[in-house]
Design a protein around this ligand. Structure first.
Ligand code: NAD
Length: 336
């Protein structure tokens, strides 16, 4: 049995990853460390809460004593680090906690891992030789694109929001622990995820919820901002592959070649709701309104995922049209 520490497993992506990874890997115990901020919800993990290879610990990645205790108590042999403050809008209003959690928290985690697993730079303790630190990050670290072009692993970092700057900072810390101390690290930078269990504050749950409540559906600016949308379980398979087979010190971009603008997202959701949950009269489309743009709103993100596809054999199973239908069906159960 291998003991892997998951951080932030009660959030959106973590709570999709934990049940998936437990099922696929009968030889691992997962220890989930999550502070249960407003973004974490244990109900997301109801399906595995009594699983015999799963342990939940409420705690803060910024608390070195807590993290050290978990490494000792559970003999941690791998880390998959999801925990973060993750909402760009919140980072504009309150950037401090993004730096504390995403930068300082990542530093504490990887520094504890280094001290528990290694005797000195480039020398792992004999019981911990293959221990890996996997840092889950975002394509937002690369900044914004014009009409053309894709983010590759070589694209220079140019974060534009306090959120993406804090994630860029955390990526650099992880990079430095590989180069300076020889730690076995891997970083994945993924595009926008969507799917079940995402927090209400994010775009897709907001569109669905407001539509069903008969409220205005707010779209920033002209609605032409483009993101490369990936179904969350496709992200989970990419993380699993990179964690297990990625090369030490490498970075892998994950994205599904599904560039869609916000107008298309809102319109598609409304049209699907018109079929799956019709209104008495008219279309949900009529509820869409445009609101003042987000400050510093990046125009376009798009990922070149050819490295993880070629080197690790990853491919997305869903396109936006298949994934969004599954997502809406899940939210219809939640909101109705
Ligand atoms: P989320 O906000 O839904 O969940 C974050 C989780 O971290 C929550 O359960 C929260 O309680 C926990 N957490 C926050 N601060 C903590 C702390 N100090 N100590 C312990 N736990 C803490 O986020 P998400 O959307 O699931 O994203 C997970 C990771 O993936 C993040 O690192 C994010 O940057 C990255 N990412 C997200 C997306 C996306 O589209 N959602 C895309 C690419 C990368």
């Amino acid at each position: 049995m291998k003991n892997i520490l998951i951080t932030g497993g009660a959030g959106f992506i973590g709570s999709n990853f934990v049940p998936y990874f437990l099922k696929n890997n009968p030889d691992v115990n997962l220890i989930n460390l999550d502070l249960l901020t407003y973004a974490g919800d244990l109900a997301n993990l109801d399906e595995i809460k009594n699983h015999d290879r799963y342990t939940f610990i409420k705690g803060d990645i910024r608390d070195r004593k807590v993290v050290e205790h978990i490494f000792d108590e559970h003999n941690i042999e791998g880390v998959i680090h999801f925990a973060a403050e993750s909402h760009v809008d919140n980072s504009i209003k309150n950037p401090g906690v993004f730096i504390e959690t995403n930068v300082n928290g990542t530093f504490i985690l990887i520094d504890v891992a280094f001290k528990k697993w290694m005797d000195k730079p480039f020398q792992y303790k004999s019981d911990f030789t293959n221990c890996r630190f996997h840092h889950v990050s975002t394509d937002e670290v690369y900044g914004t694109l014009g009409e053309t072009g894709l983010f590759t692993e070589e694209t220079p970092y140019a974060p534009n929001s306090p959120y993406s700057a804090s994630k860029a900072g955390s990526d650099m810390i992880v990079r430095s622990y590989h180069h300076t101390y020889g730690m076995n690290t891997v970083i994945t930078n993924c595009s926008n995820n969507y799917g079940p269990k995402q927090h209400d504050e994010k775009l897709i749950p907001t569109v669905i919820r407001k539509a069903l409540n008969g409220e205005n559906i707010p779209i920033y600016g002209d609605g032409k901002n483009i993101r490369d949308w990936l179904y969350v379980l496709d992200h989970c398979t990419g993380i699993e592959l990179a964690y297990k087979n990625g090369k030490s010190g490498e970075v892998y971009n994950i994205g599904g070649k599904n560039e869609r603008n916000n107008n298309y997202i809102a319109k598609t959701i409304c049209e699907l709701l018109d079929v799956l949950n019709p209104k008495d009269s008219g279309s949900y489309n009529e509820q869409i309104i445009f609101v003042e743009d987000r400050a510093g709103h990046d125009r376009r993100y798009a990922i070149d995922a050819s490295k993880i596809e070629k080197e690790l054999g990853w491919n997305a199973d869903e396109n936006f049209e298949t994934g969004i239908k599954k997502t809406i069906e899940w939210y219809l159960k939640k909101y109705n």
